[in-house]
Design a protein around this ligand. Structure first.
Ligand code: ADP
Length: 679
């Protein structure tokens, strides 16, 4: 199932963000206006950088621009006093404050974005709290207790090669077809024997299968330490297995080529909120090209990185690398220019875009359970803390048949808008990169627009005004008032900006993907029993309480067996050397234990149905327990005790306590619906 009417970026002329679903979307639009008319003068803004000036010139005075609108507005009303009042009011309007002191390499693009938004930048930090903190590396770059920060706790850990592979693997176990966009992977060193055995088995069953594998060290980036092998017995692999944890992955041998070159796509995705889940995708991204014509891997060409690896950081060192001022030529181009090309060859780019949206949503669904564990640990509910959002870089490879495959997710995608140019051998200079600037500035600026803390306040005021208007008598709706509303709108800081380059895909397509969010519900159970705030691991008592409260132990599954299950699984996960800071059961270990229990209890069903049934069962018992506690807490014990005994454990369900079961059954049948509509 595809997201209905997903919007492909294409080669159509610029459209508004609210275009009807299914209509071809666009390459990041050119801004349509210049400086907002009557914008607050100066306010101590530093002098514009060369890039900002360039940007401003480029964006100046489109037909719909703010200057045009303001001019229209001024034409209808007498200039002078009112304009002056408005100017003064605008100057008094508090501006969003942004601490950019930790922005690192995203600083240039951030500065341009802030200038376009006319927000206030604090490049050296601020003693008072800021509205937004822009970090270059991680959530922990600053100690923050309020506002918003552009990183989630735990994201860097979550998208490391091994952790991502594990998270996707869990989803592949549950939903193999839905998660076939990630190449088959093995985690080294612990899965080396499995890797050898599976490859041997597959070769035995299909002797014509001549696979290639790509070995990627965990925590590596920019192609660092990556190599290709043809066989698990390759000496480079066997020699480094113990010293360097890595992911070994099936190599995609038949990628889509453009100009005979392999390329990949960097797409920018905004995770705006974890709870409720909100995801946006940038309408345009970058395509990074290899610099040697592609040939399918052979023992002879396996080492040619310029042929097989698309990393910019590698290919920039090739003599064939082409820097380009244009977005549709050279070794780095916009993704929309590729789509344009594919569309002109007759490819179904709408389907491709829809597949990409599915891939992104499903990947984030795989990441959210553990992110929630990190989140509650760093920002416990009820304690002061910032809210988070994050721009992620998705690296996607298109197969020859146009199927998008996920390569990796970057928690800190490069937001640099300049590139190095070699002036003479060994002498490099940073020069502006128009392709990077076009895509990245729009992504940062529009992320800021989406998280704008003042927007909500403005919206509330507008709603109030509209309510007042509708309640007022007809006479009040005179031209003057309508004029004034339009004038206010034209003066909003957003008036001069292009439509958003970020499209919401979740919750927009939630109905099609919610059935996949089973591990999220398992994580909610895990978090409930973590007990002590600030931890990420479950102790043996917490696990026992989970079993007892969910009524999972019985004569066939004693509490002694529960302890053995806990010890076995926890010990194995902890021996994998993931996180020794805390002892106890991590989420993945809990998920494994949960799957085990589900398989035990619901023997003949497919795994996802076993897990869904067990979640329903646990949630039902916990809801009954909560209800009982609530009733006890209200002091109506006597009245209800005839129906529901008020002990924490050993709850015996009676007809009254079964009432919520009806709701759960409804939920379960909804799940069945989702399941029936899978691909
Ligand atoms: P890094 O973080 O070091 O860039 P990636 O996982 O992105 O690591 O891999 C680097 C490059 O290797 C990718 O940009 C892509 O060109 C190539 N690559 C990675 N995985 C595969 C694969 N499974 N099949 C084909 N090419 C791949």
């Amino acid at each position: 199932m595809e997201p209905a009417g997903a919007p492909p970026p294409g080669c159509a002329p610029a459209r508004e963000a609210e275009e009807p679903p299914g209509s071809p979307a666009l390459p990041a639009e050119e801004p349509q206006g210049g400086q907002p008319a009557g914008a607050p003068p100066g306010e101590g803004a530093p002098p514009p950088s060369a890039a900002a000036e360039r940007d401003r010139d480029r964006h100046a005075a489109g037909p719909q621009g703010p200057s045009g609108r303001a001019a229209r507005g001024r034409g209808r009303r007498a200039p002078g006093r009112r304009g002056g009042d408005e100017g003064a009011r605008a100057a008094r309007r508090p501006r969003v404050t942004v601490d950019s002191s930790k922005a690192k390499t995203s600083l240039e693009a951030l500065k341009i974005s802030l200038r376009q938004l006319r927000w206030r930048e604090f490049p050296f930090g601020r003693r008072l709290p800021c509205d937004i903190y822009w970090h270059g590396v991680s959530f922990h770059d600053n100690d923050i207790f309020s506002g918003q920060v552009n990183k989630f706790p735990g994201m860097t850990e979550m998208v490391r090669k091994i952790t991502l592979s594990r998270a996707v693997r869990t989803m592949q176990d549950l939903f193999p077809l839905e998660y076939n966009f990630y190449p088959r992977s093995w985690i080294l060193p612990e899965e080396f024997p499995l890797f050898v055995a599976e490859v041997r088995m597959m070769k035995d069953s299909d002797p014509s299968w001549k696979p290639t594998f790509i070995v990627k060290p965990d925590g590596g980036c920019q192609g660092d330490g990556i190599y290709l092998i043809k066989d698990p017995s390759d000496i480079r692999l066997t020699g480094s297995i113990q010293s360097r944890p890595a992911v070994v992955q099936e190599y995609i041998c038949k990628p889509l080529l453009v100009d005979k070159l392999k390329f990949d796509i960097r797409l920018y995705v905004l995770l705006k909120s974890l709870e409720p889940l909100e995801i946006y995708i940038a309408k345009d991204g970058l395509s990074r090209f290899c610099t040697e014509p592609y040939q399918e891997p052979t023992l002879k060409n396996l080492h040619q990185v310029f042929m097989h690896l698309t990393n910019y950081s590698l290919n920039i060192h090739s003599g064939n690398f082409i820097h380009s001022d244009s977005v549709n030529t050279g070794s780095k181009r916009t993704f929309s220019s590729i789509l344009c090309r594919l569309s002109s060859r007759g490819a179904d780019v709408k389907k491709l875009w829809s597949d990409i949206i599915s891939l992104v949503i499903k990947t984030i669904i795989a990441l959210t359970p553990e992110l929630k564990v990190y989140y509650q640990s760093d920002i416990p509910a009820g304690k002061p803390g910032p809210t988070c959002f994050q721009i992620l870089g998705f690296d996607i490879l298109l197969m020859k048949n146009l199927k998008p495959m996920l390569l990796e997710v970057n928690a800190n995608p490069s937001m640099r808008i300049e590139h190095e140019q070699e002036l003479s051998p060994g002498v490099f200079e940073n020069v502006p990169s128009p392709v990077d600037e076009e895509v990245k500035v729009a992504v940062i600026r529009d992320t800021l627009r989406l998280v704008d803390p003042h927007k909500k306040k403005r919206k509330d005021i507008q709603c109030q005004t509209l309510e007042q208007v509708s309640e007022a008598s007809e006479e009040l709706l005179d031209a003057g008032r309508a004029d004034r509303l339009e004038y206010e709108a034209s003066r909003s800081p957003e008036a001069g900006l292009p439509s958003l380059c970020l499209k919401q895909v979740f919750p927009k397509y939630a109905k099609q993907f919610n059935y996949l969010r089973l591990v999220d519900r398992v994580a909610a159970l895990f978090i409930r029993f973590l007990g002590v705030k600030g931890t990420t691991k479950l102790g043996p008592t917490g696990f026992r309480t989970f079993i007892r409260n969910c009524k999972l132990s019985n004569s066939n599954f004693s509490m002694a067996s529960v302890d053995i299950l806990y010890i076995d699984i926890t010990r194995r996960w902890n021996s994998m050397g993931i996180d020794h800071k805390e002892s106890g059961m991590c989420l993945q270990a809990f998920v494994e234990a949960f799957f085990c229990l589900a398989q035990k209890k619901y023997k003949s069903l497919p795994l996802h149905e076993q897990v869904a049934s067990l979640i329903d069962f646990c949630e039902y018992h916990l809801a009954a327990l909560d209800e009982k506690r609530l009733v006890c807490g209200r002091g109506v014990v006597e009245r209800r005790s005839a129906v529901v005994p008020c002990q924490t454990d050993g709850l015996h369900l009676t007809p009254a306590a079964h009432a919520p079961l009806l709701n759960r059954t409804a939920t379960a049948s909804k799940f069945a619906d989702y399941r029936n509509h899978r691909y």
